[in-house]
Design a protein around this ligand. Structure first.
Ligand SMILES: [Zn+2]
Length: 401
């Protein structure tokens, strides 16, 4: 029986600080928080460290190496928001039973019209994609994703402009039909929207969450009100919007000695690079919008849009820590930012077994030096990571890349 107690750490349970309490684990599950120690259990001395729930990145495009790298940064779950099903769905099954990679949930392939986003980014890389060109094709599309065991439905509302392209946009009647069909089948709907207009269309259609934040325009109080009134959650992906607007946030991350040994050189270069398709001032718009969402009580979740090579400005695992810093820059307290990467995301995605340190939860845990609830930058000072109670070997990987 794999039984141990993590002792001496300050505990952040996903919602709040509990102080220095014992966290006991047996067979992959947290068995007590602050309870009496079971005699004979191994003790992990965590003095001077903070224990957090394993982090959840609410927006990625994953593969096996991505999930392995993510786990070294304490990201124990990635929520994939469009991947090709023939690669992703077998990986999702493998990840469920593995202890050396992050767990993953996936939308499988997102709904886009023929030739729609992100076809322009994936030229020559994939086989033919399932799409829907009319309302009549929507039930078949949704049934296809359900047959693949997709965890939620992703829809693309994108004309390509913000990414420097021009692509066909999903018609609004198809979007509305997709939301209805997904909800009738118990799936949440997540919408990719990078503009004010697309965001309004997504909210009108009744989606559950937005997988980015509009970046084309200054803060729009009316739209924020509509998002709040509709109860829609938002994954702003500040990491990616920083890249689109040419900020240097990810370059600092790529230079960090706590990041470099865990990320292959080609990925460090990509992390330090940016899309730069919009003027820099647009990032100030985004920060103001995120601040307004927070003030309006909207659930803001931490997600990066870390994807595959070719999408500059992000790297799996590392970028979620960058996202926490950017949320703090937008006015979040460190505690609020950490909630956005743990309990809040688990709650909004219906992941009832994770995101919190509590009796009966999965022992997905991150131990860091220092106190990220006071200085969020400490989240990168990873001392140990456990996935379902199994401690990850944190040997550097650069030498084999
Ligand atoms: Zn994405």
């Amino acid at each position: 029986m794999n039984e141990f107690v993590i002792a001496g750490a300050q505990v952040f349970d996903g919602e709040r600080r509990l102080g220095a309490v014992d966290v006991q684990v047996a067979n992959g599950v947290i068995t007590s928080v602050g309870g009496t120690r079971v005699p004979g259990a191994a003790v992990v001395d965590a003095t001077g460290a903070t224990l957090l729930p394993g982090l959840i990145d609410a927006h990625t495009h994953s593969d096996e190496s991505a999930l392995r790298q993510a786990l070294t940064f304490g990201v124990t779950t990635e929520l994939d928001l469009t991947s090709m099903p023939e690669q992703m769905m077998p990986l999702r099954r493998v990840a469920t039973g593995s202890f050396d990679m992050a767990d993953v949930r996936s939308a499988s392939v997102g709904l886009t019209p023929p030739g729609g986003h992100p076809h322009q980014l994936r030229k020559g890389m994939d086989g033919p994609w399932p799409t829907a060109a009319s309302v009549a094709e929507v039930p078949g599309f949704v049934a296809g994703r359900i047959a693949e065991s997709a965890d939620y439905l992703k829809v693309m509302i994108e004309d390509g402009r913000v990414l420097g392209a021009s692509v066909p946009v999903l018609a609004q009647d198809i979007l509305i039909a997709a939301v209805r069909e997904a909800h009738a089948n118990g799936l949440k709907v997540l919408a990719h929207a990078l503009t004010l207009e697309a965001t309004g269309l997504a909210v009108d259609a009744g989606v559950d969450g937005l997988t980015h934040l509009f970046v084309d325009a200054p803060h729009a109080p009316k739209l924020v009100e509509r998002i709040a009134a509709a109860g829609v959650f938002v994954i702003p992906t500040l990491s990616t919007l920083a890249s689109i607007t040419g900020q240097d946030a990810s370059a600092a991350l790529a230079a960090d000695p706590r990041v470099r040994p865990k990320v292959p050189p080609v990925w460090l270069d990509s992390l330090a690079d940016t899309w730069r398709t919009l003027p820099q001032r647009h990032f100030e718009y985004v920060l103001a919008s995120v601040s307004a969402l927070r003030a309006a009580g909207v659930d803001v979740l931490a997600g990066t849009d870390a994807a595959h090579l070719g999408a500059p400005g992000t790297a799996h695992g590392a970028s979620l820590h960058g996202e926490l810093r950017l949320l703090v820059r937008a006015g979040f307290t460190p505690l609020e930012a950490l909630r956005a990467a743990t309990a809040l995301t688990a709650q909004r995605f219906g992941l009832a077994d994770r995101g919190r340190i509590d009796q009966g939860m999965r022992a997905d845990l991150l131990l860091v030096d220092g106190d990220p609830t006071a200085d969020v930058g400490d989240s990168l000072s990873v001392r140990a990571v456990w996935r379902q109670g199994v401690r990850l070997d944190l040997e550097p990987v650069t030498s084999i890349a």
